[in-house]
Ligand binder design. Structure first.
Ligand SMILES: Nc1ncnc2c1ncn2[C@@H]1O[C@H](COP(=O)(O)OP(=O)(O)OP(=O)(O)O)[C@@H](O)[C@H]1O
Ligand SMILES: Cc1ncc(COP(=O)(O)O)c(N)n1
Length: 270
């Protein structure tokens, strides 16, 4: 069985962060593991508080996983502060796992900040260059490049600009744009589009976490980059079309395992 590690924040309401990642890993038939970087008291409507785990304890969790278990892919999510980022970067450089997917989480869906504004420098200087795949949404890509994104052409331009920071590939997710939900992949050579109709729902809590965890799962299973992104897009579309009206704010994606497993079974038999 392939093994995938999430290094991210804990969302006690279960829709995003580590909890969304582990649900996504299970549906993809990979063994999920977690290193908790921050404990976030949040729900579908707001963030009540953030408590970062100490860098020493983040490092020990990463050591505990890597000294014992082979890791086929790593998904990195919320890293709130520069010292957390530096610890994660140091350990990933030391253990050098394959298939590092980094979601540069900055805000929750409800607009609450999940990364200290001053951490952007460390994010760009040390975290982003480690990514095999970086998955910013449009506001995150704007913060990283310092340029506004108002069209698909500008998404492509931003993906190329972010690639020069040193990551191997970039997917700019179009959840925050108007019109179709169109994501743009730049793999260092070519640009690819992944396009679906926009699903009319407020229940989009955790879409970014679900997408990046799905990419990491597919890469761990040996899929090539373009196919992994397409499969992750299919998965998040399905999880969103069955999203749950839980809570008073933006409800979570639904990890609709039996349909997806059916798809996996078809793939194996076909
Ligand atoms: N309403 C929607 N209908 C269809 N697909 C969507 C919708 N909203 C987001 N997506 C898709 O979900 C994925 C995640 O995109 P999004 O831009 O929402 O990420 P995000 O903002 O990082 O998410 P999060 O805020 O949960 O971290 C992308 O593949 C995007 O195209
Ligand atoms: C711990 C944690 N990590 C990531 C997100 C982003 O997800 P969303 O923007 O869908 O709330 C979150 N809310 N909480």
């Amino acid at each position: 069985m392939k093994k995938v590690l999430s290094i991210a924040g804990s969302d006690c309401s279960g829709g995003a962060g580590i909890q969304a990642d582990l649900k996504t890993f299970s549906v993809h038939g990979v063994y999920g593991m977690s290193v908790i970087v921050s404990v976030v008291a949040e729900n579908t409507g707001r963030v009540l508080g953030i408590q970062d785990v100490s860098p020493d304890m983040i490092g020990k969790q990463i050591d505990a996983v890597f000294e014992d278990i082979e890791v086929d892919a790593v998904k990195v999510g919320m890293l709130s502060a520069p010292d957390c980022m530096e610890e994660v970067v140091e350990k990933l450089k030391y253990y050098h796992p394959e298939n590092i997917v980094i979601d540069p989480v900055m805000y929750a869906k409800n607009g609450c900040p999940l990364m200290e504004p001053a951490a952007i420098k460390t994010l760009i200087g040390t975290v982003i260059p480690l990514a095999d795949v970086l998955t910013p949404n449009i506001p995150e890509a704007e913060k990283i490049t310092g340029s506004r994104i108002n069209s698909v052409e500008e998404m492509e331009k931003a993906a190329r600009a972010i690639h020069t920071i040193g990551c191997k590939a970039v997917v700019i997710k179009g959840g925050h744009a108007a019109g179709n939900a169109l994501d743009v992949l730049f793999d260092g050579k070519e640009v690819w589009h992944f396009d679906t109709a926009r699903i009319d729902t407020k229940n989009t809590h955790g879409t970014g976490c679900t997408f990046s965890a799905a990419v990491a799962s597919q890469l761990a299973r040996g899929m090539g980059l373009r196919e992994a992104v397409q499969k992750a897009k299919d998965y998040v579309t399905m999880a969103l079309s069955h999203s749950l009206d839980i809570g008073k704010g933006c409800g979570p994606t639904h990890h609709f395992w039996h349909l997806y497993q059916y798809g996996l079974r078809e793939e194996r038999e076909g």
